[in-house]
Design a protein around this ligand. Structure first.
Ligand SMILES: *[C@@H]1O[C@H](CO)[C@@H](O)[C@H](O)[C@H]1NC(C)=O
Ligand SMILES: *[C@@H]1O[C@H](CO)[C@@H](O)[C@H](O)[C@H]1NC(C)=O
Ligand SMILES: *[C@@H]1O[C@H](CO)[C@@H](O)[C@H](O)[C@H]1NC(C)=O
Ligand SMILES: *[C@@H]1O[C@H](CO)[C@@H](O)[C@H](O)[C@H]1NC(C)=O
Ligand SMILES: *[C@@H]1O[C@H](CO)[C@@H](O)[C@H](O)[C@H]1NC(C)=O
Length: 331
């Protein structure tokens, strides 16, 4: 339980990274991190599909470029003509001396024009970590963050938080077409697939994952016994169905005394298209003084996978992701 409270560090690590780091700058940074001892399990090498610009970004052709990032904790923000996203391997709970590691592949469009205004770059992660101590079992929260000044925004100023995502988890170093839960669990995968959000009455604190009063999570899957929502033992607080997916709410507090509200899909949901705003506004109706309210700011929104441990290498692949945050017309 105290375990999941550690998620805040994840986001803290993310907040201190320079948001404006572009792919062009990245190569320098990557070399620096590698040189200072963050030895990756894989040798990070750009894989150029179709002969794109090896320096990344800024290209003008219609090429796709895939690059591999194995750094511990800073993100990259690819150029885009639409919604801006920051992708981060974010291995906040990992000490390289433990062994294991994680690499993230990100496929960007050289022309900065994605299939829709809200489509994120395609990404995947391949990782393996040994089992960590019970008080800190999470090694990483590789994620894609909604960037570009969309947040903070009060919940009442939002009309929609559209999430359209397809993902797979599989054993091995390459992406699988489907998610075979039985073999993953038999293979000791302990991880979840989740959206992580932070809210607070104070605009600045809402974007600070260690200060925000509320953490609201949406879990699309949880594999292994280590991946449990805070408050699981206290039972289901509420239930909601969003476009055919049933989510059960759990509530508890973490070691920072933050109120953690976790909506857990009743079964593994590797394909979801729906509005997540009702998962926040529903909380307002539950008459609990420890839950957020409509005037609170949503300061942070990221989708990713909390990686606890796995005996074998596993690959989490996100071939399709679009996040469409719309404000009410009066906002
Ligand atoms: C950008 O590149 C993609 C991938 O090749 C292509 O499908 C799209 O048509 C291009 N868009 C523009 C505006 O050039
Ligand atoms: C995955 O990659 C790692 C690091 O390169 C390698 O040690 C391991 O053998 C690979 N596993 C598989 C199943 O290919
Ligand atoms: C990630 O990219 C590396 C090359 O940098 C490649 O070897 C690996 O297969 C890719 N991983 C996946 C899951 O596609
Ligand atoms: C977030 O809050 C913590 C605790 O007060 C503080 O130490 C940290 O500097 C804040 N982070 C940012 C990015 O403001
Ligand atoms: C519900 O999911 C279907 C299938 O993915 C999608 O076509 C539809 O737009 C979704 N509806 C809403 C309201 O998000």
């Amino acid at each position: 339980m105290a375990v999941l409270g550690m998620t805040f560090i994840v986001n803290f690590a993310l907040l201190i990274i320079p948001i404006g780091v572009t792919l062009a700058v990245l190569f320098g940074l990557d070399a620096q991190r590698t040189a200072s001892g963050d030895t990756p399990i894989f040798t990070p090498q750009p894989t150029i599909i179709g002969g794109g610009n090896p320096d990344g970004g800024g290209g003008s052709g219609n090429k796709l470029t895939t690059k591999t990032y194995c750094q511990k904790s800073y993100g990259i923000t690819p150029d885009t003509k639409g919604q801006e996203f920051t992708l981060n391997p974010n291995q906040w709970g990992w000490d390289p001396s433990e062994g294991g590691g994680l690499c993230m592949n990100v496929t960007t469009y050289d022309n900065s024009t994605y299939p829709t205004k809200t489509t994120a770059p395609e990404w995947s992660i391949t990782w393996q970590y040994p089992q960590g101590p019970e008080n800190q079992p999470v090694h990483a929260f590789p994620n894609v963050l909604v960037d570009g000044g969309v947040f903070p925004a009060t919940v009442q100023s939002l009309a929609k938080i559209g999430l359209d995502v397809q993902w797979t988890y599989g054993i091995g170093n390459i992406s699988t077409k489907t998610t075979d839960e039985t073999s993953l669990t038999a293979d000791t995968l302990n991880a979840n697939v989740a959206v992580d959000m932070f809210l607070d009455a104070d605009k600045t604190n809402s974007g600070n994952s260690s200060k925000a009063h509320y953490e609201v999570m949406v879990w699309f899957a949880d594999f292994g016994a280590a991946a449990q929502p805070i408050g699981l033992a206290q039972g289901i607080v509420s239930t909601i169905i969003v476009n055919g997916t049933t989510f059960n709410l759990y509530y508890g507090t973490n070691s920072l005394k933050q109120n953690v509200l976790t909506w857990v899909a009743s079964e593994t949901t590797d394909n979801f298209n729906g509005d997540l705003l009702p998962l926040i506004t529903k909380l307002f109706t539950l008459n609990n003084a420890n839950f957020p309210s409509a005037t609170d700011y949503l300061g942070y929104f990221a989708f990713g996978s909390e990686a606890y441990y796995s005996d074998d290498f596993v690959t989490f692949n996100v071939p399709h992701l679009a996040i469409d945050v719309t404000a009410t017309s009066t906002a």
